[in-house]
Design a protein around this ligand. Structure first.
Ligand SMILES: NCCC[C@H](N)C(=O)O
Ligand SMILES: NC(=O)OP(=O)(O)O
Length: 318
């Protein structure tokens, strides 16, 4: 039986207290980086990076963050490893657990991160699957904390596909007492299971989960609008079929006129400018927080590792 607290497999596995603590660690580590201070908490430790899907931000910030904490990032090659084909997931997880101190994984199936955690003995960090993107949620939470002060009662309106990022943000909102709104074309809602799992928590805290098919309705009471690509990695074949449905779900100056004047915008990036978001919004630093959130990926990932990794001085005691 996997101890979910030893990993970051899904944000839903972590308590509100632990999420908030991680955000505060990230804010502290950000200050330290800006002051040129670097802890060597992971001196001598090696962290594997297994990425089946492309990445700029996640792969770069994990590596930079690991180096800043005194550790080494080891880039693994999925094609060479042939996970599940050349060698079983069990045997790969068992071998890696004898060489590296943690494993950061970006893959298609959520089941893979769960199995690596089950079979191995090192922390597994979900760096995006088809179902979820908890690391992005941590950077988003840090950005909200820094730019808007607190979480309670804020409303996040996710404009676009009910995808992996939307799923982790719904969980984030439920855990931290925010409202979550999805504006999507009919048929592109989030999986029922994610909604069902979070509904009791939202209800307990007096927060709302809403779905709109008219983005203008969805943004009316939003504090933050969020955007992501309409076609996620691995779904490229659906692009032609999706495009026309999603055209009304662009974040642009016109849509912003229906949102409160204080409303901010963010995007997990990469942005497809002219599709889900316009240049005019992307290039407006008064409202666009996406690049700050991109910087926060660095600090948030370090904070996640801080929570999960055994400090170097304690190695051998466990
Ligand atoms: N860089 C994050 C990309 C998120 C997107 N939903 C995807 O899965 O491709
Ligand atoms: N937002 C995000 O995960 O970026 P990358 O896909 O570039 O890592």
């Amino acid at each position: 039986m996997t101890d979910k607290n030893k990993h970051l497999l899904r944000l839903a596995d972590w308590s509100e207290e632990r999420i908030l603590d991680t955000v505060e660690i990230a804010i502290r580590l950000k200050k330290e980086v800006h002051n040129g201070q670097f802890s060597d908490r992971f001196h001598g430790q090696n962290i594997g990076m297994f990425f089946e899907k492309p990445s700029l931000r996640t792969i770069t910030t994990f590596q930079v963050g690991i180096h800043q904490l005194g550790g080494s990032a080891v880039l693994l090659a999925p094609d060479s490893i042939g996970l599940g084909k050349r060698e079983s997931i069990h045997d790969v997880a068992t071998c890696l657990s004898r060489w590296v101190n943690a494993l950061v994984v970006r893959c298609f199936k959520q089941e893979l991160v769960e199995k690596l955690a089950e079979y191995g003995s090192i922390p597994i960090i979900n760096a995006l699957t088809d179902d979820s993107h908890p690391c992005q949620a941590f950077a988003f939470a840090q950005t909200i904390r820094e730019q808007l002060g607190d979480f309670s009662g804020k409303t996040v309106a996710f404009i676009g596909d009910g995808n992996n990022v939307a799923n982790s943000f719904l969980v984030l909102c439920a855990k931290l007492g925010m409202n979550f709104t999805l504006a999507c074309p009919q048929g592109y809602e989030q999986p029922e299971a994610v909604i069902r799992e979070m509904e009791p928590l939202l209800k307990k805290r007096g927060r709302q989960y809403r779905v709109f098919h008219d983005p203008k309705e969805a943004v009316k009471d939003a504090d933050i609008l969020y955007s992501d690509v309409w076609v996620s990695m691995g779904q490229e074949g659906e692009k032609a079929a999706k495009q026309s449905h999603f055209l009304p779900f662009q974040i642009n100056d016109e849509l912003l006129r229906f949102a409160p004047s204080h409303c901010k915008v963010s995007h997990c990036l990469p942005a497809h400018r002219g599709e889900e978001i316009t240049d005019s919004v992307m290039d407006n630093p008064k409202i666009n927080m996406a690049f700050e959130e991109a910087e926060n990926r660095l600090h948030a990932h370090k904070a996640v590792l801080w929570q999960l990794m055994t400090p170097t001085a304690d190695l051998g005691k466990v």
